[in-house]
Design a protein around this ligand. Sequence first.
Ligand SMILES: Cc1ncc(COP(=O)(O)O)c(C=O)c1O
Length: 467
Amino acid sequence: MYPSTACVLPARGLPHEILTPKLPELCMKLGSNAHNLDHYWMPFTANREFKAKPRMLVEARGMHYTTDDGRTLLDGTAGLWCVMAGHGRQEIADAAQRQLLTMDYAPNFQMGHGLAFDFAKQLAAIAPHGLDRVFFTGSGSESVDTALKIALAFQRSRGQGARTRFIGREKGYHGVGFGGISVGGLINNRRVFGPLLPGVDHMRHTLDIARNAFSPCLPEHGLELAEDLERAVALHGAETIAAVIVEPVAGSAGVILPPPGYLERVREIATKHGILLIFDEVITGFGRLGTAFAADYFGVMPDIMTTAKGLTNGALPMGAVFCSRHVHDTLMTGPEQLIELFHGYTYSGHPVACAVGLATLEIYQREGLLTRGAALAGHWQKAFHSLRDCPHVIDIRTIGVMAGVELQPRNGAPGARAHEAYLHCFYNGQLVRATGDTLAFSPPLIVTEAQIDELVAGVRAALLTVA
Ligand SMILES: Cc1ncc(COP(=O)(O)O)c(C=O)c1O
């Protein structure tokens, strides 16, 4: 077991070096035997398999994690797509500590604090054009549910209260709230939780390996899939549809890219029919594609944009929903003393999360991380496409500093091959992510070209090893 934290927590006023807890060293010595694993029900994890052979992390610095048996892992996934500026950033830790001791918590219902306003203003300054009204949440899932609720409230506020349907997309991942799994399109995340939100329909996804395998850029084929939105309108009637939600690049389903013109066409159809367009940028936001947001990369502006993860460099849980002024102002009606949107979370605009977010943005801007991906993208693409000749690889997709390597599923055991490759990497020094039969990669944006090569070499070794 861990020792009592009372003996290792920093005391006020001592230099950071002296205060650094010795937990990592201690846990390394004790190994996973240090913990009773029975009580923690782990998220999105094969709990029994994991607990039989745990993979425990104890420390993170820069581009690396350390495991409890003292090994170093190159972080090929920015944690879970969120640690854009790398791990253990002093300014972020300082901002959190300062704010915890200044004002640890403050309600944001019918009162406020400066950090939330300052953070929203800074975010508005880097947001895609016009999306300058910001609603804070505690996670990506909360951001998605918030966006869906804002869309309903917007439609009702403009006298279109019959617009209650949402259109999502197959293979979409929009978190795990009931709204998010309703518009999401990953079967395992939905099937035991039905019947979900009524009236939701889905467009087809844009993954078409037969026609687009190994596309060096955006996939050539599939623009016609955008017409699925027209078909939904023809089927349900535009007057029943509040919003359409898509990830500009689908992440969790295995890095699925839109064909050229696809997002533009979805935008066009949505506008034509008075349907709000929501971009879920929980993964693509904050520099992943080499622009601040995917909306900038594709030059397509949504009406609402959901974010989280990179918002605070993953250091504290927080999300933000960016709205166009039109959406926002449409809701700023009625008597001024009345609450305009009956929605919010205890942790909306949490002062410590805002302080961490402000420190994060400062790092992003000072180090040019929101656009660094553009400079890395060429090397990244070339490095990953060099895996084309490895066994089992049936497709490789890259964009910005994001890659998916699709493996041939093993007969009767979907996902097993990618999981084994993930394990091989884990035990040989790289943290990668397996999602279905895809290996997904999204390192911190401080990654060097040499580290990209090291990551790819590790993946190659794994692919040459797994059966
Ligand atoms: C596109 C997208 N939306 C929403 C979410 C949910 O975010 P969270 O896990 O913070 O609730 C994720 C998480 O990976 C995501 O990738």
